[in-house]
Design a protein around this ligand. Structure first.
Ligand code: MN
Length: 289
């Protein structure tokens, strides 16, 4: 049975700045898609293609904490660097993903790669926050750098497109990301007229962001920068590109636990939030200059 569509939302309002390097449209929870409704996804920020221009200083977000969930950064255009208090660092480019498990707490900074920041150029990325279940919120912080070449690769028949499987399983091809709960994350590229069909558990919360182009999703038009929220009924998803398109398809098994969030901390209770703030203030998240 086809997966039913609950709603298709257009790009929400005006972009907000995260530091001075990320000009993002907030879809979750900004487009009235609540954290409970789309669990385990807590946040979806989309930096639609934008050229910040050349900069003498490095654009980005300086040192800040996270605890209780995972930050997932997907690069489409431009170059993004990362440093964290666990000693991890890396640079991602088009098709690469940074998957940081904040777990018990970490400090990091995220910014345009130095040379890219100096020259400027088209920049396009997505950041997703993926919740951790209560039993894993205190897992030691760690970092997965997932390069484009290491993604699960699906070449669609007749050369109508490709699917890079970041996490989960697309039609039998698995992605490299290690996740704590079942999550699918597919980076889909289709040529004009290209189409594909896949199947995702009815129980998963499922959404789709049109990064570029315009597609028909189960017969309904989803234009550039729109987000499709599926109902939890039916499994089959059919996507047909009206023009050359890039689509991010995400799904996950809901985590049926209370969500109490305060800025970059996402826990189950208010008491745990107070503890997180105390831990951060007392330096338990480590040191990062
Ligand atoms: Mn961050």
């Amino acid at each position: 049975m086809k997966k039913l569509i609950e709603k298709i939302v257009t790009k929400p309002g005006q972009p907000g700045m995260v530091g001075d390097g990320f000009r993002v449209f907030n879809y979750i929870p900004g487009a009235d898609i609540s954290k409970r409704r789309i669990s385990p996804f807590l946040l979806l920020d989309f930096n639609a293609e934008y050229d910040f221009g050349p900069s003498d200083h490095i654009r980005g977000v300086d040192v800040h904490p996270h605890k209780g969930f995972e930050t997932v950064t997907i690069a489409y255009k431009g170059s993004i660097a990362h440093h964290d208090s666990g000693g991890n660092s890396g640079v991602i480019n088009a098709g690469d993903v940074q998957w940081m498990t904040a777990g018990e707490g970490i400090l990091h900074k995220e910014y345009h790669e130095e040379t890219f920041s100096k020259t400027g150029g088209p920049f396009e990325m997505v950041q997703l926050w993926v919740n951790l279940p209560k039993k894993d919120k205190s897992t030691p912080a760690h970092y997965q750098e997932l390069k484009a070449a290491g993604m699960g690769k699906v070449e669609l028949a007749d050369q109508v497109g490709t699917v890079n499987v970041i996490a989960g399983n697309f039609n039998g091809v698995a992605g490299p990301a290690e996740t704590y709960t079942p999550v699918n994350l597919f980076d889909i590229k289709l040529t004009e007229g290209g189409e594909l069909t896949t199947s995702i558990d009815a129980g998963h919360n499922t959404g789709l962001l049109v990064i570029n182009g315009s597609v028909l999703v189960n017969g309904e038009i989803a234009g550039e920068h729109s987000f499709v929220l599926f109902e939890n009924e039916g499994e089959e998803i059919h996507i047909k590109a009206n023009q050359k398109s890039v689509v991010l398809l995400m799904s996950g098994a809901p985590i049926d636990e209370p969500i109490v969030s305060y800025g970059p901390f996402v826990m189950n209770t208010q008491e745990e939030i107070h503890q997180a703030i105390d831990d951060f203030n007392s330096g338990k998240f480590g040191i990062l200059n």
